[in-house]
Design a protein around this ligand. Structure first.
Ligand code: ZN
Length: 351
């Protein structure tokens, strides 16, 4: 029987200190050459073990083989010059030095497929693989070739589709696209952002997800959150169109966020990965707190469509804290499963 309320994480998990400096985003590798190749694989094994040990149902690579959720993918493409960097404002929020698109972009060979095959060999559990979304990719680059955000996004959507098809063939059960940019550029999301995402999943038979969060717990994001007022209604702008889209699962930030939970009504019918773990604090949620967030979500998401998850990736946290949070997620989901089972047997008795 399929597990009710299968737990998963949004994506990245902390790396071991021998691979990269811990508790730091985009931390450079400590190894090189063949040692790095082996080190990444070992880290993937460790991360998988920690997820399974914590009882996570849908596991991932913990993004152990990538330094950055967007640029590591882009590094494998042609048409992008990593030497020629420009400073741009990412998601209208913080400045970053980014590579430049200098010619037609294309993917010469697969990027993560070998890693996905490796993960597939290590576990019988369902696996989820994260890729950057087209809109978030263009937002992490300076475009000196297409001179059109939309045109470049369509090109990336085609490339992502090639990669996604190979990941599916490698045995990935859920392919997730990370689109934090969806929380910022609403007009573009509705005009072409969601259409590009649908291009990226064209022809896939595995499940597909889009992760839309308020970002990692870094200063630029927490400062931005302070400006968003007492109610975060960003999701409201994009949910109606997402509800109509072909995407199967929508991954959202819910715990400790000021997102009014009733906004979930706008995506009724979709599967929802409900973020019940805050990644911007070292405080560890109690199982009851996790259960409380899930209970609220159940007002708008049917039990068979609710996937307990983390708000975002946990790379910047210490391993001990991340593991404790994974445990809390599992235990919180278990509380709700029990409640649902009790309700179910009560309903059957009444019949
Ligand atoms: Zn996120």
């Amino acid at each position: 029987m399929k597990t009710l309320l299968p737990t998963s994480t949004a994506g990245s998990l902390p790396k071991p200190s021998w691979l990269a400096e811990p508790e730091k985003l985009w931390s450079p590798w400590k190894l090189e050459g063949e040692a790095l190749t082996h080190g990444k694989r070992d880290a993937l094994r460790v991360s998988l073990h920690e997820q399974q040990y914590a009882g996570i149902d849908i596991v991932s690579d913990g993004e152990q083989t990538r330094q950055h959720f967007v640029t590591t993918f882009i590094e494998h493409l042609t048409g992008v010059d990593f030497e020629n960097r420009k400073t741009v404002k990412i998601r209208d929020r913080y400045e970053a030095s980014v590579p430049t698109v200098v010619g037609p972009v294309s993917r010469q060979k697969s990027v993560f497929v070998d890693d996905a095959k490796f993960l597939r060999q290590q576990t019988n559990k369902p696996i989820k693989w994260a890729l950057p979304g087209p809109m978030t990719m263009i937002d992490t680059l300076y475009d000196d070739h297409y001179k059109s955000r939309e045109k470049l996004a369509w090109e990336f959507a085609k490339i992502l589709n090639q990669e996604a098809k190979e990941l599916e063939a490698a045995g990935v059960d859920i392919i997730q696209f990370d689109e934090p940019a969806f929380n910022v550029f609403f007009d573009d999301v509705n005009d072409w952002g969601i259409a590009c995402l649908e291009r990226a999943i064209e022809g896939l038979k595995c499940e597909t997800a889009v992760h839309i969060c308020y970002g990692y717990g870094i200063k630029a994001n927490t400062e931005w959150k302070k400006t968003l007022g007492s109610q975060w209604r960003q999701y409201e702008e994009i949910f109606p169109k997402l509800q109509q889209s072909n995407i199967d699962i929508i991954s959202l930030e819910c715990h400790n966020s000021r997102v009014p939970i009733e906004l979930l009504e706008l995506i009724r019918g979709k599967k929802v990965m409900v973020g019940a773990i805050d990644v911007a604090t070292n405080e560890i949620e109690t199982p009851e707190e996790v259960a409380d967030t899930l209970r609220k979500a159940l007002g708008f998401v049917d039990p068979d469509k609710l996937y307990p998850c983390t708000n975002c990736g946990m790379t910047p946290l210490s391993r001990d804290i991340a593991n404790a949070k994974l445990n809390a997620l599992s235990q919180g989901a278990a509380i709700i499963r029990k409640e649902l089972a009790a309700e179910f047997s009560l309903a059957n008795q009444e019949l």
